[in-house]
Design a protein around this ligand. Structure first.
Ligand code: ADE
Ligand code: ZN
Length: 325
């Protein structure tokens, strides 16, 4: 199987519905409203998706729950051929922004990641995200949690949630704190907020990657700027098509952006919510745009170059990408 790198995966968003259903049952929480008749997640649109996501997350209430989640998610990613993954993890959901509680969650997640690495050969790094619609004031203690725990495992800082809530610049304080602590920066933008949102995130938060970023295609000057500055886009085409950001795979701009010299990469975002996997993303990209081994090698190299990890880890992952002799 082709070895893959995934840079954009929400930890709770990767929770299989059966996993969340079992957790809800254990805790006697009725979550039937968030599932459809086939047992998958049910939601009407993006904002409803965010609230179903938060309802699913509400049954994960202890470090042990997150350890189990991490194990389940990494086992599935490894089965898709993923050798390195970065996951968005929010201290908002792991201990409510309290630093002491966050340390306990992080410890449990890190231990589960170590076990998964030993068992399945997959490496995880954590990108800490405040939730945009919780507001800039909530983002400050989250940045504090990230800054206090930066290291080999916590390497990145981002911003998830409703892109239409406020402006990137509202979160500059949190991003400055994260940058000063040595964290690498990304931000969801240009999934819903148009090219202007991407421009604002690059200018006001000085991020080196953009989560999605695909609506930059509306502004040719911005596309050139992204290419010139080497800003990497964490593209999640299956997510965008499922949520209706673009009407079809054919209409997705990932190939146009690549042709313009923008560094694109491929991720699943919240795979069970969008009925996708890394394997399916690859299959659809091959089918829709004729991507071949060479193109997949290029996007994997982009992902490796843009990964928020240290040089030793990058070298270790590079070895796993080499064709078997
Ligand atoms: N949180 C989980 N998935 C997300 C997405 N696609 N955009 C913004 N926030 C998210
Ligand atoms: Zn996302």
């Amino acid at each position: 199987m082709t070895p893959k790198i995934e840079l954009h995966l929400h930890l709770e968003g990767a929770a299989p519905p059966d996993f969340i259903r079992a957790m809800a049952k254990e805790k006697s929480v009725d979550l039937s409203r968030i599932f459809d008749a086939d047992g998958g997640y049910a939601y009407r649109d993006f904002n409803h998706f965010l609230s179903v996501y938060e309802a699913a997350t509400s049954v994960l209430t202890s470090p042990e729950d997150y350890a189990r989640l991490t194990a389940a998610v990494l086992e599935e990613s490894a089965a898709q051929g993923v050798v390195y993954t970065e996951s968005f993890i929010s201290p908002d959901f792991c201990g409510g922004g309290d630093l002491g509680a966050w340390r306990e969650y992080l410890h449990a997640i890190g231990e589960a990641a170590d076990r998964a690495e030993a068992a399945h050969g997959i490496t995880l790094r954590a990108c800490i995200t405040p939730i945009r619609h919780f507001g800039p004031d909530r983002a400050k203690p989250i940045a504090c949690c990230a800054a206090e725990t930066v290291g080999d495992f916590v390497t990145g800082f981002g911003l998830a949630g409703d892109e239409m809530a406020g402006k990137p610049g509202d979160f500059a304080y949190a991003f400055d704190m994260a940058r000063e602590a040595g964290l690498r920066l990304t931000c969801h933008a240009g999934e819903w907020g148009g090219a202007a949102s991407v421009r604002d995130a690059v200018r006001d938060l000085r991020v080196e990657r953009i989560g999605h970023g695909v609506q930059a295609i509306e502004d040719p000057g911005l596309v050139d700027q992204l290419a010139e500055d080497g800003i990497t886009l964490e593209c999640c085409p299956g997510s965008n098509v499922f949520l209706g950001v673009f009407p079809s795979w054919k209409a997705h701009p990932i190939e146009k952006l690549r042709q313009k010299g923008v560094k694109v990469t491929v991720s699943t975002d919240d795979p069970p919510f969008f009925h996708t996997t890394m394997t399916r993303e690859y299959e659809m990209l091959a089918e829709t745009f004729g991507w071949d081994e060479e193109v997949f090698a290029e996007v994997t190299r982009n992902a490796l170059d843009a990964a928020f990890c240290d040089a030793d880890t990058r070298a270790k992952i590079a070895k796993k990408l080499e064709p078997a002799a």
